[in-house]
Design a protein around this ligand. Structure first.
Ligand code: TPP
Length: 560
């Protein structure tokens, strides 16, 4: 007979979570959480990962939610362990990822009483969590048992909107195991209806669409969605429109401009006016491109709709008028039935300009000196087909946005809060849930910051980490503002001579370093071959020259 924890709350969690499709659990060590460690690890339905650093553990779990598209639990002990989950909680909040945070707690009676590892854990994630449950300790009557089970169900249902927190107080004994008992577990499921707009709404929206000569869809961060792609392509056949697709939107359609900055930053003011839409429809999450935000603020559309199933107002361009709270693919499917069939030169014109920019970029890439720009070009060209690319914040994802990408590559970045604190852990979590190759391209500071990501017991062999080591935060040499300041090198760029070799050795990860283009080109193909463990490639690049080469790139496209 299988064993489980003697603590009822730990058993309820392990039984209810799997009924809500949660099968992956990342566990940070501790004693207060021992009942949950026992309940989850004794249950063979769960895939458990051990990660000692709570911040990395939570980001690893977050990466697993991206890969599995299911809720993933992360469990820790009490005290400051709990607040080390916070960075991943906020990232999950803004990316709406189903991170299920389970924290062990001391009995409530001991909070603020000078007892070790005890803090105010109830509702500790404040306004960055979609649901917080504080379970009753050792539920001894029917009502208390029902209450705890209902709260766990509620949390799991809420996790489809973002991170949830379940705080679970335990007192000693913590380690008692019992035979799996026969006990009633209360399950609540939520149905997910396909929502459609009624005809009156659709007629009104279609009228605006038909009256708008220039219709633009701007796609922010989202996972690959073939239904949405199909819906957009069908609608485009009937009434053509232009799509600006951020790299992390994972949209792969013919009428899309993927390198938004390359276009917007290199056309004349007159052309920008011409590109500005009459009707803007935004979909997806965060938008990386600062340039598109500036462009749309300077050239506000006449109409702006935001399609978001959750119906939350997001208005970075200060132009939103209509919030459309239905599934995005359904909306465009429906739209196709209501708009009038027509021709439009608008998308073709800009797609042609984009092709020219792409040619200009290829020419520039060929002649440009060794730099971050050049290195990105080579990396992106060498990525294995049908693989997954994670880009760290911040220069990595910004460079990635400038290039045309090979079809079939999925793109991810922690753009919920744009932190550098969990990019490696997130990529590792994602790699743990897939057989595809997962490549993380990261700056040196982001890599060093999250080096504890490698401290887990299940480092995936399909992980490849490329550190672009430009000896500091090169982004601060690129953006306007810090570049001319005395504070730049010490306080923003944080110039250093650190390298990843020692970290790789500590964690037993295969490591290689390249210092010029020739070495890089030689290393890349072998680096991406299948291997028995993860690999790190550190690419040394010139910190002073790279920002200038990026600026020259934009200048050269402006001229062309
Ligand atoms: C947790 C956190 N702290 C600080 C920042 C501000 N920040 C943004 S990018 C960056 C430097 C990144 O440097 P690196 O990883 O070397 O990438 P590079 O810019 O050189 O490509 C910093 C400190 C942040 N985004 N997140």
């Amino acid at each position: 007979m299988s064993k489980t924890s003697a603590k009822a709350n730990a058993r309820y969690l392990s039984k209810i979570l799997k009924a809500h499709q949660c099968r992956d659990v990342v566990i940070a060590p501790g004693s207060r959480n021992a009942p949950m460690i026992l309940a989850f690890t004794e249950d063979t339905d769960y895939n458990c990962v051990s990660a000692p650093d709570e911040r990395s553990a939570a980001f690893t779990a977050l990466g697993m939610t991206i890969g599995s598209k299911q809720p993933v639990a992360v469990i820790c002990s009490s005290g400051s362990a709990v607040v080390n989950f916070y960075p991943a909680v906020v990232e999950a909040y803004y990316q709406r990822l189903p991170l299920v945070v389970i924290t062990a707690d001391r009995p409530l009676e001991w909070v603020d009483q000078g007892v070790g590892q005890t803090i105010r854990q109830e509702n500790v994630y404040g306004r960055h969590i979609v649901f917080s449950a504080n379970l009753v300790r050792d539920p001894s009557d029917t009502l208390a048992r029902h209450y705890n089970q209902r709260l766990i169900n509620e949390a799991m249902i809420a996790s489809e909107r973002g991170p949830v927190h379940i705080n679970v107080p335990f007192d000693e004994p913590l380690y008692d195991l019992i035979d799996e008992p026969e006990e009633d577990i209360h399950l609540i499921q939520k149905l997910k209806p396909e929502l459609l707009l009624d005809e009156d709404y659709m007629n009104g929206l279609a009228e605006i669409w038909d009256s708008s000569a220039k219709v633009m869809v701007l796609a922010g961060q989202m996972p690959p969605d073939k239904w949405l792609q199909e819906a957009l392509e069908n609608l485009h056949q009937k009434s053509p429109f232009l799509v600006l697709s951020e790299t992390v939107s994972n949209l792969d359609i013919p009428n899309a401009i993927g390198s938004i900055d390359r276009m917007i930053n290199t056309i004349s003011e007159e052309d920008r006016k011409d590109l500005a839409p009459d009707l803007l429809i935004t979909i997806g999450g965060e938008v990386v491109s600062k340039m598109v935000k500036k462009f749309l603020k300077e050239h506000p559309p006449r109409y702006h709709w935001h399609v978001d199933e959750a119906g939350e107002v997001k208005d970075p361009f200060m132009s939103l008028q209509t919030l459309i709270p239905v599934q995005t693919d359904n909306f465009f499917d429906q739209m196709e039935g209501f708009v009038t069939s027509r021709e439009s030169a608008y998308p073709d014109k800009w797609l042609q300009v984009d092709r020219k920019k792409s040619e200009g970029q290829q020419q520039y890439s060929q002649k440009v000196a060794y730099s971050d720009f050049k290195v990105f070009d080579h990396i992106l060209q060498n990525l294995p087909p049908k693989s997954i690319l994670h880009c760290a914040n911040s220069a990595s994802i910004r460079y990635a946005q400038l290039f045309d990408h090979n079809k079939g590559i999925e793109h991810y970045a922690n753009r919920g809060t744009s932190g550098i604190d969990g990019c490696t852990s997130t990529a590792i979590g994602h790699a743990l849930t897939t057989h595809a190759m997962v490549t993380l391209v990261t700056g040196d500071v982001a890599f060093l910051y999250d080096s504890n990501a490698l401290w887990n017991d299940r480092l995936p062999a399909n992980l490849r980490v490329i550190i672009i080591n430009n000896q500091g935060g090169n982004i601060f040499r690129i953006i306007e503002g810090p570049a001319g300041q005395d504070s730049l090198e010490r306080y923003q760029e944080t110039v250093h001579t650190l390298q990843g070799k020692g970290i790789a050795e500590t964690y037993g990860v295969d490591y290689q370093k390249t210092t010029d283009e020739k070495e890089l080109l030689k290393a890349l193909p072998a680096f991406f071959e299948n291997a028995s463990g993860p690999r790190i490639l550190e690419v040394m690049t010139p910190r002073l020259e790279s920002p200038g080469i990026l600026k020259d790139f934009f200048k050269s496209l402006k001229k062309g």
